[in-house]
Design a binder for this molecule. Structure first.
Ligand code: HEM
Ligand SMILES: [Fe+2]
Length: 721
């Protein structure tokens, strides 16, 4: 037994060691930010101006209006690809005007862009006269776009308030374009591994990307084979002693945890609504059926809210589950627990409201200078730093509440590492990795900021959330006599080794093209493909869950069905659609296109959304009288959410993603993201085709929310006889 945990410990040390070494190498090999860009007629960009542009871009909502290096929003241009294309196009035109033949002008354009004329000694990037005048022209055009806005791309007028500030933002865009084409010193590949594809500058996928892509698939097949072998050699274990956790009147603190679920469902409904509004902007700029929202809730704000609320409501359900389980497993509740739980809820509401309001005000230009209260500019960790600190403090407060409630039950585990301790460790990991988000700010080099940001997002969803899910379900299953603790511990240990052994280094799959050295792609592609190995047998867990629900009865059928949905989407959303974009050979063409939201919706809602609802249902079942348990609503919710998600994927996101990827393969990323493609009749039809799926999904969400509010109120009222 001890040996298993030692192996896990060593796996963790080794994986984080590699992740750390990778980070150091990313920092050392990050593309340099020139102190000056020099043209023949003088300085084009002065000291500090590129970083000033980055700060201004991020402060105004940054990655929610277009994207940089393919990371960000899918509407509006990828600024790197667009700046590179336009700059190269104008350079080519300039060379033609000098009388070069077409072939000569094209060859010269490629040479100019690939040559690295940055001088580290002086910090100066010297541009050829033609390239310099194309730079100035491109900068002016980009600055005009961000200041005047662009209806087709949902960029509101005066997004960036002044032309001078717009030029700094454009300098930042153009610097990322430079990193995309200029070769690393001594190498024949650009800082971004030649991303994006751009025929004018000779940006082409590197051959080695194909090798790592194929190797990753081969490794995956090997891993699946071994997994099936392991599974086949295990003895099927019948449920030892199934016995449902019978509903009992809630303790005072548990009554408050029921209210958390009501709040979480309200946030869920707002999140869905923000999704609908965000999609609609793709058709009608910043208006909703004629009502102009650009001065209240522009695209970037609704998209920010859509993403932040996903994190908030899912987290709220998990927090509430921990708060419910404490007294339930311990059999009593410590003094003052109810006050702590209610206080934490109030604090959470303050943080949610503050974070949402701050980010919206920043996008409207009123708080754009405030890093503390406004918008950080990156996706998934948008909230101003103050809200981020308060949220972390809240998560720690939650841990304290759960630990004090669980103390009697923990004592029963004595010195050994039981499921309860594991549950707490998994719970500690969540705030711990959220705090990686404190490692950067708006001024951090973007290659390094991306590295730390994915510590949060990736290590959460592909590492510690998976662990939390596994442990939480194992804990509930042992307490309901569906699993022996020894078996549960063995399978939790194996899952942790598999998820963390692949997922920690797998973080690098987000950094293929973000200014990292080539070995990052190799490690990222292969290790992340291995993440899918444990997902290929979730079908087994799915069948187990359905059987467990039937064996227990007493209302537990639905909680287990929702958990079966978690298993299904883990295979389809995380595994299949993750692999659709994972090999560098594909992501090179698909980075920043609609193929990514296929995966993010199917995985983030499919896995963690359903898990949040499943955990909510397990908790509510334990404290809701039968009179408050409306299973009909759960049935509508289950089919609405699953059916709606399938329709959204099949009718809209998959076809539009594939259409865009074909455009990208043929003409380059800039084109796949241009208004010509995004606003084409075909793409607009795909957007409209989201309506049926979205409506069905929305009805499902409403049914679950109504269910939860009814159950929570019934639990609140149910008093000890
Ligand atoms: C339940 C588990 C998972 C969740 C919740 C999840 C969620 C996400 C999210 C939210 C994004 C960001 C999308 C965006 O920036 O718009 C993302 C990106 C990505 N995911 Fe996952 N993911 C999961 C598992 C996986 C797995 C198993 C793989 C493949 C092995 C994978 C591969 C990728 C890749 C390559 C990207 C980057 C795409 C891009 O930047 O364009 N994911 N994922
Ligand atoms: Fe990832």
């Amino acid at each position: 037994m001890k040996q298993r945990w030692l192996i896990l410990f060593l796996v963790l040390i080794a994986s984080f060691g590699v992740l750390g070494i990778g980070g150091r190498s990313i920092a050392r090999n990050a593309p340099p930010i020139p102190a000056a860009v020099q043209g023949p007629e003088g300085v084009l960009v002065g000291p500090g101006q590129i970083l000033e542009g980055q700060k201004s871009y991020l402060g105004h909502g940054g990655q929610h209006i277009g994207s940089i290096w393919g990371h960000g929003a899918y509407l509006a241009p990828d600024w790197t690809a667009k700046a590179l294309h336009r700059w190269a196009e104008l350079t080519l035109a300039g060379l033609r005007a000098q009388g070069l033949s077409e072939a000569e002008a094209r060859a010269r354009t490629r040479t100019l862009f690939q040559a690295n004329t940055y001088d580290p000694a002086t910090g100066t990037l010297a541009l050829d006269p033609v390239q310099a005048s194309a730079y100035a022209r491109t900068r002016f055009e980009l600055a005009r776009t961000v200041v005047e806005g662009d209806k087709d791309a949902s960029i509101p007028a005066r997004w960036i308030p002044t032309l001078a500030e717009g030029e700094r933002v454009a300098d930042f865009f153009l610097w990322t374009a430079w990193t995309a084409a200029a070769h690393r010193p001594g190498e024949a590949v650009s800082y971004t591994q030649n991303w994006p594809q751009e025929p004018l500058t000779g940006n082409q996928i590197t051959p080695i990307s194909h090798l790592w892509s194929i190797l990753s698939i081969v490794l995956l097949i090997l891993g699946v084979g071994l997994m099936v072998w392991y599974q086949a050699s295990r003895e099927e274990e019948p449920f030892p002693a199934p016995q449902a956790l019978a509903p009992q009147p809630a303790t005072p603190s548990q009554r408050w945890s029921a209210i958390y679920f009501g709040v979480a469902m309200a946030l869920f409904l707002v999140q869905v609504l923000m999704g609908v509004v965000t999609v609609h902007f793709g058709i009608e700029s910043n208006a909703l059926y004629g009502v102009d929202l650009s001065r209240i809730l522009p695209y970037a704000a609704s998209r920010t809210w859509h993403l932040q609320l996903a994190v908030f409501w899912i987290a709220t359900c998990w927090l509430a589950t921990g708060l419910f389980l404490g007294p339930r497993l311990a059999g009593r509740e410590p003094k003052g627990q109810a006050l702590g739980v209610a206080g934490l809820l109030l604090a959470l509401v303050v943080v949610v409201v503050g974070a949402l309001a701050g980010s919206q005000q920043a996008i409207l230009g009123r708080l754009s200078g405030s890093f503390l209260l406004g918008h950080q500019g990156y996706e998934y960790v948008e909230l101003g730093r103050l809200w981020q600190i308060l949220l972390t403090v809240g998560l720690v407060g939650w841990l304290v509440l759960v630990v004090r409630a669980l103390r009697p039950a923990l004592a029963a585990e004595k010195g050994r590492l039981g499921l309860l301790k594991l549950f707490l460790l998994a719970a500690v990991a969540i705030p711990l990795f959220y705090s990686a988000g404190f490692m950067y700010n708006r001024e951090t080099h973007i290659a390094l900021a991306e590295y730390w940001r994915w510590w949060v997002v990736h290590l959460w969803v592909e590492g510690f959330f998976e662990v939390f899910a596994t442990v939480a379900i194992a804990l509930l299953s042992t307490r309901m006599g569906l699993l022996r603790e020894k078996t549960a511990l063995r399978s939790v240990n194996l899952s942790m080794i598999l998820f963390l052994g692949s997922g920690v280094i797998g973080t690098f799959h987000h950094l293929y093209f973000t200014g990292s050295p080539a070995f990052i792609s190799a490690l990222g592609a292969t290790f992340s493909a291995l993440e899918i190995v444990p997902l290929t047998i979730v079908g087994y867990e799915l069948a187990q869950s359905l059987r467990a629900g039937r064996a227990l009865g007493s209302g537990y059928e639905w909680p287990f069905r929702y958990f079966a949905a978690v298993c299904f989407w883990n295979l389809v959303g995380a595994g299949v659609f993750g692999m659709l974009i994972n090999p560098p050979s594909i992501l090179y063409f698909g980075q920043g296109l609609n193929t990514t939201p296929i995966h993010s919706h199917a995985a983030l809602f499919g896995v963690y959304g359903f898990l949040a609802i499943a955990l909510m249902l397990f908790s509510l079942r334990g404290m809701t009288p039968d009179s408050g348990w409306d299973a009909r609503l759960l049935k509508i919710g289950f089919w609405g959410l699953n059916g709606g998600l399938v329709l959204m994927l099949v009718m809209s996101l998959i076809p539009s993603g594939l259409h865009q990827i074909v455009q990208s393969l043929q003409y380059g990323t800039w084109y796949a993201r241009s208004a010509e493609v995004v606003q084409s009749p075909l793409m607009r039809s795909f957007t409209w085709l989201r309506v049926p799926g979205d409506v069905i999904f929305g009805l499902g969400a409403l049914a679950v929310a109504v269910f939860a509010v009814k159950a929570a109120l019934a639990a609140w009222k149910w008093k000890q006889a």
